[in-house]
Design a protein around this ligand. Structure first.
Ligand SMILES: [Zn+2]
Length: 175
């Protein structure tokens, strides 16, 4: 088991739970009053945390898709996740969009907790997606295995020819 992956997954999980709690606090009146003195700290910590887990998550997702392009195949990246987890990730995406639209349509007063509500909706999505990516490659390590030339030599993902035997590589292949 890859310890770094485990640590990243736990960080993403902690971020997901914390941003979920922050989202509940922002949605319901009463809780925010208790958290108000800590709001700036909570928000800046969660924002930084998103970058900490999201950069490695994107790198891993790109390796899993075997592509340097930006069009990731999420079906492939999340192949190591159980179906309910993939469903939950898509649910978070739908909810983040809904939260965003409702926020625009609702015309709630700017700043303060409406800002926290909007931000925490997006944090949940990023932490949740990162968690699923780490979980996926931990349970399906071959997603991270290096590419091979037709003769079985290890090659870089962007190479046009194998450095050892010179065979051409069909770059851009899915698998
Ligand atoms: Zn070769």
């Amino acid at each position: 088991m890859n310890l770094l992956l485990l640590v990243l997954m736990l960080l993403a999980g902690a971020g997901l739970v914390t941003s979920f709690l922050a989202h509940l606090a922002a949605l319901f009146v009463g809780l925010p009053l208790v958290l108000e003195p800590f709001r700036e700290n909570i928000m800046s910590t969660l924002t930084m945390g998103v970058f900490v887990v999201w950069f490695p998550a994107v790198l891993i997702a790109r390796r899993a898709t075997r592509s340097e392009r930006m069009n990731l195949s999420w079906r492939q990246v999340l192949a190591g996740c159980p179906p309910w987890m993939r469903g939950a990730a898509y649910g978070l995406l739908a909810y983040a969009l809904l939260n965003f639209v409702l926020q625009l349509a609702g015309g709630s007063p700017a700043g303060g907790f409406s800002e926290a509500r909007l931000a925490s909706g997006h944090w949940m999505l990023f932490y949740g997606a990162a968690f699923c990516i780490f979980y996926s490659v931990m349970h399906k390590p071959d997603l991270q295995e290096p590419s091979q030339c037709p003769a079985g030599h290890e090659v870089g993902r962007d190479d046009a020819f194998c450095a050892q035997c010179g065979l051409p590589l069909n770059t851009g292949r899915q698998r």
